[in-house]
Design a protein around this ligand. Structure first.
Ligand SMILES: Nc1ncnc2c1ncn2[C@@H]1O[C@H](COP(=O)(O)OP(=O)(O)OP(=O)(O)O)[C@@H](O)[C@H]1O
Ligand SMILES: [Mg+2]
Length: 396
């Protein structure tokens, strides 16, 4: 029997989105119980998880209520109350990823830490509008214009990113010198990370996992394709020279080991000028790893559960020559009414819908197609995803 009083191990997840939902799907066959802390019942997990506690991810009491009934606490997203998790850690509760790792999801702290470690990151500066006084804003504008002079691209543009709270490209802005004054004037929120607008050849992601005993596993490197700053497609394996793939995997493994992260860790990489740079990490299961559900011997969701429970990790090899995941993003109709139309395009498609109400640009699900070659998988997965969201156009 475990600390929670249950025979089955109990994993508590803060946040009730699609990642919590897919963790619960992976937990069932292993005999693991999942309890989720969710703010709204439209986030994805609530309609398949039996034990949902109602509460916000920054609600101290709610986090403590969850921690009291589980063996280990993990997360669906990083915007949780780190202070409460730090208290729980000091009381001996198993919290994975650790608060130290979780703090790295602050992009400013992450960049500084990685730069100090000598890991390859783009040039950057951190600027803050402080309390928002005229002086604070003038200082931030000065610093931003200086950064732009030194690192602006040939069109004189840079990228500004909110260090906390952004996701799916929300919290990422491309700016030139003419736009900066109004932007800095209006900006409210966490410090900004500035970086050059890079010419990207490709974006890659390395998914890796580690358990508290130190066992590690890394999946084959994938290519990610972003549309409007949001992940749209994931291609397994990445179509890059073997030497670059090996370099990416080595870098992912180095980040995993240097950070001591426990659970799944996603390392997003830029390929620019033939060189690898770390864009950012996510210390959790990640959109770039959804393809692993069908395409690899162990999925990122099962691996994360094994890791946080300090169980042996599973092999990560691909089970098909090629696999492509395409996100299903909010459009004109609800994909929950269009499954048959999607499957009619390719009956072998793996359709995952998260149970979320459609809104434009909201991730509602994903489709994975496996096959012999990447190009056929790409075309098919895209067509299935399109049929899931656009069925209403004209025909209904
Ligand atoms: N410096 C840059 N130069 C060129 N493109 C960039 C740069 N920074 C970000 N991008 C583009 O914007 C995307 C989103 O950026 P980033 O990963 O920093 O934001 P995010 O909102 O935290 O992302 P996520 O969707 O992973 O939560 C990147 O994947 C990349 O396509
Ligand atoms: Mg990103």
């Amino acid at each position: 029997m475990t600390e929670s009083g249950s025979v089955a191990p109990v994993v508590g997840v803060i946040g009730g989105g699609q990642l919590a939902r897919m963790l619960a799907e992976a937990a069932a066959p292993l005999g693991i119980t999942i309890k989720v802390l969710a703010a709204a019942n439209d986030e994805g997990a609530s309609d398949i998880v039996v034990d949902v506690l109602s509460g916000a991810p920054d609600d101290r009491d709610a986090i403590r209520r969850l921690a009291a009934i589980v063996d280990v606490v993990t997360i669906d997203h990083e915007n949780v109350d780190w202070q409460t998790l730090a208290e729980l850690e000091s009381e001996g509760v198993a919290v994975w990823p650790s608060v130290e790792t979780l703090r790295l999801s602050d992009k400013a702290h992450q960049r500084r830490t990685f730069a100090e470690m000598g890991l390859p990151v783009p040039p950057f500066a951190v600027v803050s509008v402080g309390q928002g006084s005229a002086d604070d804003r003038a200082g931030a504008l000065d610093q931003s214009l200086t950064f732009l002079t030194e690192h602006g691209n040939s069109d004189g543009r840079i990228v500004a990113k909110a260090s906390r709270g952004g996701y799916d490209g929300r919290g990422v802005w491309i700016l030139d010198a003419a736009e900066l004054p109004a932007f800095i004037d209006d900006y409210q929120g966490a410090p900004l990370v500035l970086e050059p607008l890079l010419d990207l050849e490709l974006e890659l992601a390395v998914l890796a996992a580690r358990n508290p005993s130190g066992e590690t596993r890394v999946w084959p490197v994938v290519e990610t394709v972003q549309v409007d700053g949001m992940c749209d497609e994931v291609i397994m394996p990445a179509q890059v020279p073997e030497a670059l793939a090996q370099q990416a995997i080595a870098l992912g493994r180095e980040v995993l080991e240097r950070t001591g992260s426990v659970g799944v860790l996603a390392v997003e990489l830029f390929v620019s000028g033939g060189e690898l740079l770390i864009n950012e990490i996510a210390p959790r299961v990640h959109n770039s790893g959804h393809v692993t559900i069908e395409a690899n011997q162990t999925s990122q969701f099962e691996q994360h559960l094994r890791a946080v429970l300090d169980w042996p990790l599973g092999p990560t090899e691909c089970v098909a020559p090629a696999a492509v995941m395409h996100n299903v993003v909010g459009d004109t109709s609800d994909p929950r009414a269009n499954q048959a139309a999607g499957l009619a395009i390719f009956p072998g498609a793996h359709v995952h819908l998260y149970g979320k109400t459609p809104r434009p640009a909201r991730k509602l699900g994903h489709v994975t197609v496996m096959g012999e070659d990447v190009e056929t998988c790409r075309t098919t997965a895209e067509a299935v995803a399109a049929a899931l969201t656009a069925q209403a156009k004209g025909s209904r």
